[in-house]
Design a protein. Structure first.
Length: 346
């Protein structure tokens, strides 16, 4: 079962948690100096280790553009991975929420993604996978102890670990506090980005928070700093939600119910409108305004209504924007009909 179909901790604010490790094999040049034969040789070395461990391989030389972007939408791969010119492959163990990108920026990008806020569990998952590969592969590592794991980008030197969480921050955003929050996170060694990571915008009030530095700190230190920073953001968002009372709460409740009504009956839903309406409904579920709406189910609907995923599940070929919008409308109507009925409080 995919990560977004399972319940998670603190899911009223945190959509998912991911821990990623960057690794390179010592006797192979960095990807910037590799050729196709080297990339294929690396994949051949890694393949038996991962397939014997329950991973399923997807060869990105033999995959459609739509299928590739489906993997991005589900957060199994980075947008950068699609653009790699070398032979490259994804190994996915969906039940364990583990994946390995082979030949992204580094030879190996190991990842564990979990629903809600579970950084320690995600770290444990990726650590076990790292031990499996390290038992056979000789990682590129500074044996003098200064630089740690050697990576293509200097920003990943050291333990080469990134912990990140995707947060739903509608009230912080609407109250105009994101700039101040970003400054505070930067001071504490964190980065805040859009929902797809570096260089992307924040749609639907979704943001990624991750550690900025990896050199000089241990995995444990990075994890604890990350946990403190994210918990502070969770508390601030919740406090602001709790401060909405009286007339302001009535206006917000009206907006949320109107958004739900549109989603239930719209025949066509463009992506941006869908995300805006879904953000209202998710906030309503988180605040108890829509108590019958399950946050886990809303997260799954959000992923499944993304363009590439929707194209695949709807079996559309070369779909126009209009066809996708119509298909999204059908998906949302049918999904919301399966939710328990709810009526606004009088």
């Amino acid at each position: 079962m995919s990560w977004y179909h399972t319940p998670g901790k603190e899911h009223d604010v945190v959509v998912s948690t991911r821990v990623r490790l960057a690794r390179n094999v010592e006797d192979i040049p960095f990807t910037s100096r590799m050729d196709a034969a080297m990339a294929e040789a690396l994949i051949a070395r890694v393949d038996p280790l991962l397939t014997d461990g329950g991973f399923v391989k997807t060869d990105f030389q033999n995959i459609s553009r739509t299928s590739a972007y489906t993997m991005v939408e589900k957060h199994y791969i980075s947008p950068t991975f699609i653009k790699v010119s070398l032979p490259h492959a994804l190994y996915l163990n969906d039940p364990c929420h583990l994946s390995v990108m082979v030949c992204e920026e580094d030879h190996l990008r190991l990842q564990c993604i979990l629903p809600g806020f579970s950084p320690e569990e995600a770290f444990e998952g990726v650590r076990r996978m790292d031990e499996l590969l390290d038992s056979t592969l000789d990682y590129a590592f500074d044996k003098q102890g200064r630089w740690g794991y050697l990576t293509l980008c200097p920003s990943n030197l050291g333990c080469a670990m990134r912990a990140s969480a995707m947060l739903f921050l509608p009230v912080l955003t609407q109250s105009g506090r994101m700039e101040a929050l970003s400054a505070r996170l930067t001071q504490s060694g964190m980065l805040i980005r859009g929902m797809w990571g570096e260089g992307t915008a924040a749609f639907g009030y979704l943001y990624q928070i991750s550690n900025r530095n990896t050199l000089g700190d241990s995995e444990g230190e990075i994890l604890q700093n990350f946990i403190r920073a994210v918990k502070a953001v969770i508390e601030e968002e919740r406090q602001l939600r709790g401060n909405i009372k009286g007339e302001a709460l009535d206006r917000l409740s009206d907006k949320i119910w109107r958004s739900l009504g549109i989603l239930k009956f719209a025949r066509s839903l463009p992506l941006r409108e869908f995300m805006e309406l879904m953000s209202d409904v998710r906030l309503g579920a988180a605040m108890g305004i829509l108590p019958e709406m399950g946050i886990r189910d809303l997260t799954a609907l959000f992923i499944e209504a993304m363009p590439a995923t929707l194209t695949t599940t709807s079996r559309l070929t070369h779909a126009s924007d209009r066809e996708l919008d119509m298909a999204r409308g059908v998906l949302v109507r049918e999904t919301l009909q399966s939710f328990p009925s709810a009526a606004p409080a009088k």
